[in-house]
Design a binder for this molecule. Structure first.
Ligand code: CAA
Length: 257
């Protein structure tokens, strides 16, 4: 298997495991990641998903350039579609997804991190969209998601120059949420994930879907949808539990119903 899955309580950790190629995605690795994500999206026991890379050098150095060098137009379009499906799963599955960026996150690696809900980086991380240096462009969502995360001006600069940035710059421009020393990255990421796993899953799913709409579609429609979700959650046992626990000055125990 080229992507390892481990579980700890409600937290699923997916580790891209091709360290000899700096965790670059070939067809087997990307298909394996897609299959894991499809399964985790459906599993109620998996409350949070973390995506990271094996070893201490790379999250993922992008799509496998050796594989791509033999693709024709149809093959490249299918390859792009597979990457888009993986990004879509990370972005829309009804539970939080977190990228723990433990080194290079380049090209498709940066794009899949961008599809996650949060990004935490180690201080030795390097991020960028260097595809233009290969005569191509980001093909797994980078042209759209990078602009949404860091703004149009910076996204254009990074995509058109292919400039690779360090973790501190990524933090400054909002590309990552926090930076930790390499040994602290997974402990800190797991701490956040465990906190999320203890929250009400229906509220997290509704919150994620509502916020995902913030930069797309009609603002008025999106506000109407937020009002619907807000109201509908009042029929959940977890909303009753959360508000009752607050009033009783005790910790809530959420069940996902
Ligand atoms: N594809 C295939 N193999 C890769 C790879 C990639 N994206 N990135 C690294 N590797 C392989 C190298 O070929 C090398 O393997 P061999 O030892 O068998 O030659 C191994 O990983 C280690 O890499 P380097 O020797 O190059 O390590 P380095 O420390 O000198 O450089 C690096 C590290 C700067 C990340 C450099 O490897 C690099 O520039 N990699 C390519 C990054 C890139 O351009 N990514 C974008 C890919 S295109 C894409 O992702 C398209 C898309 O949008 C979907």
């Amino acid at each position: 298997m080229s992507v390892d899955l481990s579980r700890e309580d409600g937290v699923a950790v997916l580790t891209v495991n091709r360290p000899d190629a700096l965790n670059a995605f070939d067809v087997a690795t990307l298909s394996d990641l897609r299959d894991h994500l499809r399964q985790l999206a459906e599993e109620s026991e998996a409350r949070v998903v973390i995506l990271t890379g094996a070893g201490d050098r790379a999250f993922a150095a992008g799509a496998d350039i050796k594989y791509m060098s033999g693709l024709d137009v149809d093959g490249a379009k299918k390859w792009g579609e597979l990457g888009h499906e993986v990004g879509h799963l990370l972005e829309t599955m009804p539970k939080p997804t977190i990228a723990a960026i433990n080194g290079f996150a380049l090209g498709g690696g940066c794009e899949l991190a961008l599809a996650c809900d949060f990004r935490y980086a180690s201080s030795n991380a390097k991020l960028g969209q260097p595809e233009v240096n290969l005569g191509i462009i980001p093909g797994w969502g980078g042209t759209q998601r990078l602009a949404r995360v860091v703004g149009l001006g910076l996204a254009k600069e990074l995509v058109l120059t292919g400039r690779v940035i360090d973790a501190d710059e990524a933090l400054r421009i909002g590309l990552v949420n926090a930076v930790y020393e390499p040994g602290e990255l997974m402990p800190k990421t797991l701490e956040v994930a465990r906190g999320l796993a203890a929250k009400a899953p229906l509220a997290l799913a509704a919150a994620k879907e509502a916020v995902n709409r913030a930069l797309a579609g009609d603002h008025g429609d999106n506000l109407d949808r937020e009002a619907d979700y807000f109201g509908e959650l009042f029929s959940s046992e977890d909303a009753t539990e959360g508000m009752t626990a607050f009033v009783a000055k005790r910790e809530p125990r959420f069940t996902g119903r």
